[in-house]
Design a binder for this molecule. Structure first.
Ligand code: AAO
Length: 512
């Protein structure tokens, strides 16, 4: 009996590690702060045709509306109810998006904020995204409803009521994260309300959740909620599919709470990945690309089947959360293309690509004074649509990294090489490296300050391939460099350190 329960629990957990991505696709894109109507269009016109597997959307729950600073992006991390209306759109727009993306085989993953409600200083009134009334001071949220009984304050043992020391696991879980009213997830009632919220989204057709601030929730409480979740809807997913769960836990070491405590429930965000990859590509601390021969678990990262990986995220691209200065973002576009290219070529983890908006970055003494700035918006605070330029880039301050040719083509590369082993490694003991994925793909990087000029075993079948970084296959023709692979599998590569993008990638479907 005991064994049976163990197997059942373990099996359930592992099931929640599967993103249920369709059609051999592999990658999730975070369309940070996009409107539902734009995401629906993007699924149809761009994501499905270019092999993207899923979208992480911004929190859809009703949130506080803040005016000082003016409409920061982070107001959406302060729910005031689970009604589905936000700056991204209302419930029917959300439903339409989920359906249209599912129809073209693109999954939707919801950013679920369930650890807390708004900040304790949020006042009271109807300054909320759907106009629902709440009182932060009285801890009343009638839209759920939650009352003061449903919060953790009686358990918290710090004098401020906030988390003061990450070295104390109890306060990290029982006190307020940056003053956000901390829900008592040990209560059956609260678990039920959270599960109802997530189940509503599951029934609408989403494929899973990025669960916000999991470090601040007890794994046992999360387990209880997870046990109440419905299977994914049979309209879009195989019978019995569990929702994909990836938990935001920032574990860079040095704290009592570790990622490991959360592996049974689903995947976990591997924050070490972007910190280290940034350090390597920036060549800081004596790091070299050649040291990444054993990238992945060999670098002390969590087990492959638990990891959700990314180069940057919506927090650490602007100095929030953790990661620090090594994080590579769109502000360093040449490095970003290389780092994302490396991540997508490498077999470790489930990969997520960041898609950002631009803001007026203003760094004073290492801190961005404008780290709060919300998405491109009109004077009345409503979010602007994402216009598409004739060259396929985005306008109006939307960066759309996922549309950059090099990144989009590496998303396709990852799909083409899916399931193939990491193979044919080469390095120059410095910052020039190459590796393949069985006989399906090969990638070469030159991050040294001199040219790369070398003949390498690609493991691929003979023929002429189109480099998908400097260009791509366009009908029968190649708009970029051509790489000639001999019958022996060897090919000659020449990459100048001053090339626009000093890396080359070929795959089975870029053969001419
Ligand atoms: C805003 C205001 C606050 C105000 C609050 C309420 O900024 O001043 O008090 O409203 O009125 C986002 C924003 C917040 C915003 C919040 C609510 O980032 O600025 O607060 O919305 O609107 C911790 C959590 C992690 C969290 C991260 C930001 O563990 O879960 O902080 N991320 C998620 C979301 C994020 C969101 C929330 C959670 C809240 O992705 O967007 O906040 O819903 C250490 C700990 C980490 C901790 C960081 C930052 O990190 O380990 O767990 O993250 O500190 O406090 C080295 C260490 C590294 C350490 C780091 C920084 O790198 O190795 O471990 O230093 O000290």
């Amino acid at each position: 009996m005991r064994l049976f329960i163990l197997v059942a629990v373990f099996g359930l957990g592992l099931a929640q590690h599967n993103p249920h991505i369709k059609h051999g696709r592999t990658t999730i894109v975070h369309l940070f702060e996009w409107r539902w109507a734009d995401i629906a269009e993007e699924c149809e016109r761009f994501l499905a045709p270019n092999g993207f597997g899923g979208v992480q959307i911004s929190p859809p729950s009703e949130n506080i509306v803040l005016s000082s600073p003016w409409r920061p992006w982070w107001e959406r991390y302060q729910p005031i109810s689970y009604n589905l209306c936000s700056r991204s759109g209302n419930e029917s727009e959300l439903r339409d998006m989920i359906t249209r993306c599912n129809k073209v085989g693109v999954n939707i993953y919801v950013d679920a904020v369930i650890n807390h409600m708004c900040g304790a200083g949020g006042g009271e009134g109807t300054h909320s995204s759907c106009g629902g009334w709440f009182s932060a001071s009285r801890k009343e949220f009638p839209g759920v409803p939650y009352s003061h009984w449903d919060f953790n304050d009686n358990k918290c043992r710090t004098s401020s009521g906030n988390i003061e020391n990450y070295g104390d696991a109890n306060q990290v879980r029982d006190c307020r994260l940056v003053s956000l009213l901390d829900l008592a997830l040990e209560k059956d009632y609260v678990r039920g309300k959270v599960a109802d919220y997530l189940n509503k989204l599951i029934d609408m057709g989403v494929a899973g959740f990025r669960v916000d601030a999991c470090k601040h929730m007890w794994p046992g409480d999360l387990d209880a909620v997870s046990g109440r979740l419905h299977n994914l809807t049979a309209t879009w997913f195989p019978n019995g599919s569990r929702p994909f769960i990836y938990q935001e836990v920032i574990d860079l070491g040095g704290e009592p709470i570790t990622s490991r405590e959360y592996f049974a429930l689903g995947r976990v965000t591997e924050f070490k990945y972007g910190v280290k990859l940034g350090t390597v590509f920036r060549k800081w601390n004596g790091e070299k690309l050649s040291y990444t021969k054993n990238w992945g678990e060999g670098w002390g990262f969590m087990p492959n089947d638990s990891a959700l990986v990314f180069v940057d995220n919506h927090d650490n691209q602007r100095g929030h959360g953790a990661g620090g200065a090594s994080i590579v973002t769109f502000w360093d576009s040449r490095l970003l293309k290389m780092a994302v290219g490396y991540m997508l070529a490498h077999p470790y983890g489930v990969t997520r690509v960041m898609s950002s908006f631009r803001w007026n970055r203003n760094i004073v003494n290492g801190k961005d004074q404008n780290d709060w700035m919300g998405p491109p918006s009109y004077g009345n605070g409503s979010t602007k649509p994402v216009p598409i330029n004739p060259d396929q880039t985005c306008g109006d301050g939307w960066v759309c990294e996922h549309r950059w040719r090099q990144i989009k083509n590496m998303v396709i590369f990852r799909n083409v090489v899916n399931g193939q082993p990491h193979s044919n490694w080469w390095d120059n003991n410095g910052n020039q490296v190459a590796f393949g994925r069985g006989n399906r793909g090969f990638i070469v990087f030159n991050n040294d300050d001199w040219d790369l000029d070398v003949t390498l075993n690609t493991g691929m079948t003979g023929g002429t391939y189109c480099d998908v970084i400097s260009g791509q296959k366009d009908g029968g023709r190649c708009t970029g460099k051509q790489i000639h692979v001999g019958d022996s599998g060897y090919a000659h590569f020449r990459i100048s350190n001053i090339d626009e993008d000093p890396f080359v990638a070929i795959h089975a479907e870029s053969k001419l």
